[in-house]
Design a protein around this ligand. Sequence first.
Ligand SMILES: [Zn+2]
Length: 140
Amino acid sequence: MKPQTHLTVSTLLAALFYPLIGWNALWVFMTGFLVDLDHFIYYYAIKRDLSIKGFFEFFGPENQEFHQGCMCIFHSFEILVIFIVASFFSMVIFAATASLAIHYLMDYIYEKGISGEGYVKSMSHIAYAKRKRMKQNQKK
Ligand SMILES: [Zn+2]
């Protein structure tokens, strides 16, 4: 998903929650938009480069096959479950959880459009770790 789309949707969602939670709506914005910072972590881990141009080329639609099954640390259903449980205790966390869930949904729609199958990246730390272990065992 393009950052501009996440920026727009997160801003609108924060504006929607502002009357309910005031300036805490900034958490809604940050959860929906800044969650993609993990892509920079992944990019740096693979390329050892901090170029913005290189980053956007790396994540372009033509490279999606390369990213099949990759793990971006903030994109996982385990994190969403933690947010959902915590949202029972705080309206601010509930709003942030809604923002995170919408972010994941938008990523799903975008990546399904590219791959035709669903998420390109891995959306579970547990499944990613299991796959990685299976690959290591196959090499032995
Ligand atoms: Zn994302």
